[in-house]
Ligand binder design. Structure first.
Ligand code: ATP
Length: 244
């Protein structure tokens, strides 16, 4: 079943076409990567799918329902959630309370929300930080917390915005495995924007490549990374972006 269908979405900011007639179709239970050089339009595309901005043109359908132009809140209720590159937990609240607040979006029972939050915290490997104030967490734990807050809402489609950014290489693989497990064990559908190519290669069933707002390639990780248009688009970028 197709969970996400994006038809020809476009968005301009003061004359700059940040996203230009982009199509994407994601089947349920698949992992879709989105890559592209800086300024390619990846974050804007996420914002359009998550309802942060309405597109100037095009249509977004989630689980057969047209969500084009709906608010982020309503898109979330349709089952689409995103994480943010810059984490936004409540710094003075504990990890447990932060995840409980997210779980409260699904239940009125604080007790049940707390139980679900505890499960999520174990799932994402934050058990030892459970009662710590979020502001005291190191970056790697904060990244997991951001993921946990999204998972507590039990999304059907999770949009991950550079979850590996800011992590040192040894911290990346466990997070990659955590993400792979979400699909394998829970059948979650994921769309992720990522600069770390090793993660894109390992996780993605399919990759969409944007450059200057347009789709320049789409296919398996091996197909897109050997595509001359993709190689050309990345020329001049930091080697860690193109080849890490
Ligand atoms: N809110 C905004 N107002 C004005 N211009 C914007 C806004 N958001 C994005 N843009 C512009 O749209 C274009 C695409 O930006 P976007 O952040 O979507 O790219 P990106 O691929 O996510 O880049 P990066 O990899 O650097 O995060 C850029 O030219 C950017 O300056």
């Amino acid at each position: 079943m197709t969970l996400l269908e994006v038809h020809g979405v476009s968005k301009s900011f003061r004359g700059v076409r940040a996203v230009d007639a982009v199509d994407l179709s994601v089947e349920e239970g698949r992992i879709q990567g989105i890559i592209g050089p800086n300024g390619a339009g990846k974050t804007t595309f996420f914002n359009l799918v998550a309802g942060a901005f309405a597109p100037d043109a095009g249509r977004i359908v989630v689980n057969g329902r047209d969500v084009t132009g709906l608010s982020a809140h309503r898109v979330a209720r349709a089952g689409v959630l995103r994480t943010f590159q810059l984490m936004r937990p409540f710094a003075t609240m504990t990890v447990l309370d932060n995840v409980t607040v997210a779980a409260m979006s699904r239940t009125r029972s604080r007790r049940r929300a707390q139980d679900e939050a505890s499960e999520v915290i174990d799932r994402i490997g934050l058990t030892r930080w459970r009662d710590s104030v979020s502001g005291a967490l190191p970056t790697a734990a904060l990244k997991r917390l951001e993921l946990g807050r999204a998972l507590a809402c039990r999304p059907r489609l999770l949009l991950l915005d550079e979850v590996l950014a800011g992590l040192v290489p040894s911290e990346r693989q466990p997070v990659i495995e955590l993400i792979a497990g979400l699909r394998r064990e829970e059948g979650m559908t994921l769309v992720f924007v990522e600069h770390i190519m090793a993660a894109v290669m390992q996780l993605s069933d399919s990759v969409l490549v944007l450059d200057q707002g347009r789709t320049i390639a789409s296919g398996t990780p091996a197909e897109v990374t050997s595509d001359p248009r993709v190689i050309e688009a990345y020329l001049g970028e930091e080697p860690t972006v193109a080849g890490a």
